[in-house]
Ligand binder design. Structure first.
Ligand code: C5P
Length: 416
């Protein structure tokens, strides 16, 4: 893990109630030795295994173990604690803690902090091998993984119960090594202070008061990008069409319905954006007119006149002094060729192209992308959308900085 702006990396260590908790003070010591600022949050179960005083001694910070502790909340409330963290590590993560995180239960401080943090979350499971193998636990682990939580281990070996199998917590040295060797895409603040505007989801174009034209977009990719940009330190505004998704923590949200509303919502805010990511599947066409009454089922045949809607992305790319622009091109064939044409025609800085078909693209949990810019391209392999979003944000941040540095040097060389 990289240090950010001379700031010590801030690690929030959640300790839940398993026997492996006796190893967690060693983990704290190793993280602190390597320059991290560690704040420990314990569950009630964890306090049965190890005294909070032990963690206080090794971390140098009072331990938080109670959401109802008025004095501790006064010093740093649970939301401030969640915002403080660069990384949340839960070690050990018991079956119960995993279940609580997977299901968004906020019954204790750890569950609350997990929901409120924009920091990447890693868990090191530790439990009996039969419990680890149980479908309920595996389902919860998969849920967390799909949400972008990194699962460390568990290791296979002798267990505290006397049995042998997968379920041992990774050794503190291995967890500490993973934290400090993490690729910068996981924890870097590559977009710190950058103002990012993201569009996501489909649009709905009304035909009459009960019917509309729309598409298969679920919004998952755009929401994952907004989340990843926030995790990378950006100030993020998400302009979204109708979707069934929760707004990522720390992200401002503007809800729209039609392509026209999306265009206006974006242009009202574009002066305050350094980076624009157009991930929405905006309806290219909308009904030429909207019937004020429900159209009756009378005629044997009817046709619907459609007119082109305004292209939000292309209009943003044309703005003089506008933001760095990133678009998406969902294609069924000749994906890269079509996407490169779109990059040029719309005048955007980057284009992320993906093939849509029954197995990938719209309304799927995973995706794969070929990202194009003038003079280069990079393929991002098939991965859950949350993982892919972090990789794409890292790449966008790199190209964004490159463009900004180039602009600054051009301006510096310009005659006065
Ligand atoms: O031309 P096409 O619709 O395939 O381009 C897709 C890209 O353009 C996406 O980034 C999408 O968000 C954006 N777009 C837009 N407004 C439209 C149509 C597409 O911003 N009306």
């Amino acid at each position: 893990m990289q240090k950010q702006d001379d700031k010590r990396p801030r690690i929030l260590l959640g300790v839940s109630g398993g026997i492996a908790a006796y190893k967690s003070p060693d983990l704290v010591r190793r993280l602190v030795e390597r320059g991290a600022d560690v704040q420990v949050v314990m569950t009630r179960g964890a306090c049965e295994f190890v005294s909070p005083l032990t963690f206080q001694a090794v971390s140098g910070r009072p331990v938080r173990d109670d959401i109802w502790d008025a004095e501790a909340e006064d010093a740093m409330g649970h939301i401030a604690l969640a915002r403080w963290a660069d990384l949340l590590v839960v070690a050990p993560a018991t079956a119960h803690a995993i279940g609580a995180l997977a299901n968004g239960l906020a019954g204790d401080l750890l569950g609350t902090v997990y929901l409120a943090t924009a920091a990447p979350t890693w868990i090191a499971p530790a439990m009996n091998h039969a419990m680890w193998a149980h479908e309920a636990v595996q389902t919860n682990v998969r849920t967390l993984e799909q949400r972008g939580v990194r699962i460390l281990g568990p290791a296979v070996g002798d267990q505290a119960c006397g049995e042998h199998g997968p379920g041992r917590m990774l050794e503190p040295a291995d967890i500490a090594a993973a934290v400090f060797e993490a690729p910068t895409t996981l924890v870097s603040q590559a977009l710190k202070g950058v103002r990012v505007l993201v569009t996501a989801g489909p649009t709905r174009e009304p035909i009459d008061p009960v019917r509309y034209v729309t598409n298969r977009s679920s919004g998952k990719m755009g929401y994952a990008l907004a989340h990843a940009a926030r995790q990378a330190g950006a100030d993020v505004t998400l302009v979204s069409g109708p979707v069934a998704l929760g707004v990522p923590p720390g992200v401002s949200h503007v809800s729209v319905e039609t392509a026209e509303e999306m265009y206006s919502a974006v242009h009202e805010r574009i002066d305050a954006a350094d980076l624009f990511i157009g991930c929405a599947a905006v309806s290219d066409y909308r009904p030429a007119s909207q019937s004020p009454q429900k159209i009756k089922r009378k005629a044997e045949e009817m046709s619907l006149a459609l007119v082109r809607s305004k292209d939000t992305l292309a209009s943003v790319a044309k703005l003089a002094g506008g933001p760095f622009t990133v678009g998406f091109a969902a294609e069924t064939d000749n994906v890269v060729d079509h996407a490169r044409q779109k990059l040029e025609n719309k005048g955007v800085d980057m284009m992320a192209a993906n093939r849509v078909g029954p197995d990938c693209g719209f309304d799927q949990e995973t995706n794969a992308l070929t990202v194009l810019w003038r003079g280069g391209e990079q393929t991002l392999e098939q991965a859950p959308k949350s993982v892919l979003a972090r990789r794409l944000i890292a790449l966008i941040a790199e190209r964004f900085r490159h463009a900004r540095d180039r602009n600054q040097s051009t301006n510096a060389n310009a005659p006065a």
